[in-house]
Every structure is written in C-alpha cells, then in structure tokens.
Ligand binder design. Structure first.
Ligand code: GLU
Length: 320
C-alpha cells in the first residue's frame, strides 16, 4: 500500500514537472540593426523579463531584424510576438494606409511608446551638404529595405516630388554597414530614423570627417502639419564628433507593438518587467533617460492597447 502511494506520488510529481515545462512561454521581440537603438530596447526588455522566468515561465529573446516594417510584417504573419516600430508605421499598419494599403492589420495592438526618433542625415564634410536639398546628385544610403528609415525616406521623397533617381547613388545598406562605406568614401551621406545617441552614427563620426544635416523646409513643415504622428524634433549638439550644435529635424516615436493573437499573460509579463524595474530600464541606454511611464502608455500609440498591457496600466492607475 505504502509503495503504491509512493508510486502515485512520484507519478503526480512527474506530471507536474512535465506540465510546468509545457507551460513555458517564449516571446520573440523584433528589433532592428545591431548598431541602432531598437536592438538595445529589445535586449533590455528581455533582460528584465528573463530575470523573472522562474516565476513567470516566460522566456524572451530579441533578435536583430531589418527594422519597423519588417517587424510589423512578422507580427502580422505570426512569426514574431512583438516588435518595435516607428509610430508612423504603426499607424499605417493598423489603418492599412501608405505602403500598408491592402495589408491592414486590425489585430495590431500597442504596448507602449519609447524614445523619440528624429529623421537623421549625416554627411561627409567634404561632400558639402548643408541641407536636405543638397543631397540631390549625391551618393546616399536611403535605408535598409524593411526599415522604418527607408519607408519614411520614401514619404519625404514623395512630399518633395523626388524619387531615388535624384541621387547619384541610392544604396540600401544595413545600418551596421553604412558608416564604414561612407567613411571609405563610397557614399556622401547616410540616413537613419533613430534614437540618439546610437552606435552607427558614432562610428561614422569617429572614423571620418562628418556632421549631421538639418532636415527642414516647406515639405517637412507640411508633413508635420498634416500628420499627427510627425513632430518637429531637435537632435542635441555634442553627441557626435563634428556636430557641436543642435540640429533641427522632424520625427516619430519608437513604439512596442504586438497582436491580439498574443496571450494577455505574455504581454502583462513584459510590461510588468519593464515598469516594475523602470529605473533600471532607463539606465540601460541614454536614449531612455527622459522616459516617463505615464507618457509611454498614452503617447504616439495609434493601435488600441493590448489587453495584457491595459491590465497592468489600470492596476497602476495610469489609465481608466
Ligand atoms: N527606426 C528604425 C527603423 O524602423 C530603427 C532604429 C533603431 O534600430 O534604433 O528601421
């Protein structure tokens, strides 16, 4: 009898172990190139989530990807649970507008917004580029296909009545490649819709004579006036060698998005890991320094909040 009891106890223990293992949940967050800020955002979130894996059973990883548009497509295709995306492309993916026409994803859900991302142009000093208009006839990296940079560059070109043909060369190199190609004098300028400071621009500014170029003018004013997801933005001076003064541009916000296909518990685990450890999170990158939780849960989000995020924000009293 005793033996039987013992055996059945063992059997129960074994099943519990198996089901605990089976309950382990994996989260994949799409980021961007390794020399950008999205990659650091994803790694930082996963670092915090994975500290609690023993309690939550949630395991997180954040691979490098092509950026916003690639992440939004992967979420729609259920290849990734979450992704970081520029607020303009979050808007278009949810509404089926711009390059997402015919690809409307009404399952797209917002989690929170993160750092501002001014559209950024850096040029070799010897290329004598003082404004966006001076890029005409030059060799320009217009952004990696799948990146938000490339997609927003297209919006700027359209607004100005330009196409890639205006450039002598329009390359689509990855952010991790573009700095060395420019500094080898195979490009005059690189573009990046990105948080500051970031690795790619630091590398370029440190390796050759280069400086940031303002992105201003009538076409930009019109884009900002007509689209709520764009705003004027200033890149502080002193972040990159060769650029001591602030530079004017316009930009968007980085946001974390997911899908209604992703369970509420997973999203809740991510949100809780970030906001329960918010001071630690903010120390992980200088672009996070000025983040305020109350703004992140409301600003720059066009898709509805995911229910897992909403649950945590209500508990905190940040939303009603
Ligand atoms: N905003 C860029 C994009 O969507 C990525 C910036 C980054 O990796 O930090 O492609």
């Amino acid at each position: 009898m005793k033996k039987l009891l013992k055996l059945s106890l063992l059997a129960t223990l074994a099943t519990t172990a198996i089901s605990a293992q089976a309950e382990e949940k994996f989260i994949t967050i799409g980021t961007g190139g390794q020399t950008g800020v999205y990659y650091v955002v994803g790694q930082s979130i996963c670092q915090l989530v994975n500290r609690d894996t023993a309690k939550t059973q949630v395991k997180c990883n954040a691979p490098s990807t092509g950026g916003s548009v690639a992440n939004l497509n992967s979420i729609a295709a259920k290849q990734m649970d979450m992704g970081i995306a520029q607020s303009d492309w979050q808007f278009h993916a949810y509404n089926g507008s711009s390059s997402f026409e015919g690809k409307k994803n009404d399952k797209l859900r917002a989690i929170f917004s993160i750092h501002p991302e001014p559209f950024t142009v850096m040029a070799r000093t010897d290329a004598k580029i003082a404004s966006f208009d001076d890029l005409k006839g030059k060799r320009v990296n217009v952004g990696d296909p799948g990146s938000g940079t490339r997609a927003t560059m297209n919006v700027i070109l359209n607004a100005k009545g330009w196409t890639d043909k205006e450039f002598k060369v329009a390359s689509e190199l990855k952010p991790s490649e573009m700095a060395s190609v420019m500094c080898d004098n195979n490009l005059d300028a690189i573009t990046y819709n990105v948080g500051h400071p970031n690795g790619a621009l630091k590398e370029a500014a440190a390796s050759c004579d280069a400086h940031l170029v303002p992105v201003t003018g009538e076409a930009i004013d019109k884009l900002v006036a007509e689209n709520s997801y764009y705003a004027k933005a200033t890149i502080p001076g002193g972040l990159y060698k060769g650029t001591d003064n602030p530079v004017e541009s316009f930009g968007v916000y980085a946001t974390l998005v997911t899908s209604t296909d992703v369970e509420a518990d997973k999203v809740y685990a991510v949100v809780k890991a970030v906001f329960d450890n918010f001071d630690r999170f903010k120390r992980l990158h200088p672009a996070f320094e000025n983040l305020k939780a109350e703004d992140m849960v409301k600003n720059a989000l066009s898709a509805p909040l995911h229910e897992g995020a909403e649950r945590y924000y209500k508990e905190k009293g940040w939303i009603k």
